[in-house]
Design a protein around this ligand. Structure first.
Ligand code: HEC
Length: 153
């Protein structure tokens, strides 16, 4: 029941969302990370930063899963909130509030090296939180960045 409700909610969000990089074959759940996003013709700076951010998180995820420490030299924070977006109507107070939460979570991850698993999880939740309001297309891809996501499940 909860699954159905969240499916309907997500479907509605997708319908009303301008961020429409959807994958068409949502059931083939393999490890083809980049294929889940269709290349729009002229990606804006914010979209490009987001792609880089997602691939950095993918790399951080595997390091943290192996017990390695990630740091801001290898993964500098990307200030996507000051980059030009595809749809400038996203640049409203709620977006910047979400961006601030993201920034704090990112700093916490890099500064507190003893609890990187928890802090990485908080960071990905900040991605998901903003994406439920602004750009639901990549949510499926972002969920795969969680530490316990298992593609073979
Ligand atoms: C404050 C809100 C916000 C946060 C936090 C956020 N995003 Fe985004 N994301 C956006 C918006 C808005 C876009 C659309 C950008 C555009 O099209 O210019 C986007 C686009 C994307 C895209 C699609 C890029 C493309 O190919 O067009 C991916 C993937 C993505 N984000 C991943 C992430 C990941 C991973 C995180 C966390 C590490 C994250 N986002 C955090 C708002 C956010």
């Amino acid at each position: 029941m909860i699954k159905q409700i969240s499916f309907i909610t997500i479907s509605l969000l997708i319908l009303i969302n301008s961020c429409n990089q959807q994958e068409s074959n949502s059931n083939t759940d393999t490890n083809t990370e980049q294929k889940t996003i269709k290349d729009p013709n002229n990606p804006k700076p914010m979209a490009l930063m987001m792609r880089k951010l997602a691939s950095n998180c993918d790399s951080m995820k595997s390091k943290i899963n192996k017990g390695e420490i990630v740091d801001s030299f290898s993964y500098p924070i990307m200030p996507f909130w000051s980059a030009e977006p595809t749809d400038s109507s996203v640049l409203e107070p709620l977006f910047f509030d979400n961006a601030k939460q993201f920034q704090l979570a990112y700093q916490r991850l890099m500064q507190n090296k003893s609890s990187q698993k928890e802090n990485y999880t908080t960071l990905i939740n900040a991605c998901i939180h903003c994406h439920t309001s602004y750009c639901s297309g990549p949510l499926k891809k972002i969920r795969k960045l969680t530490l316990d996501y298992n593609a073979t499940k």
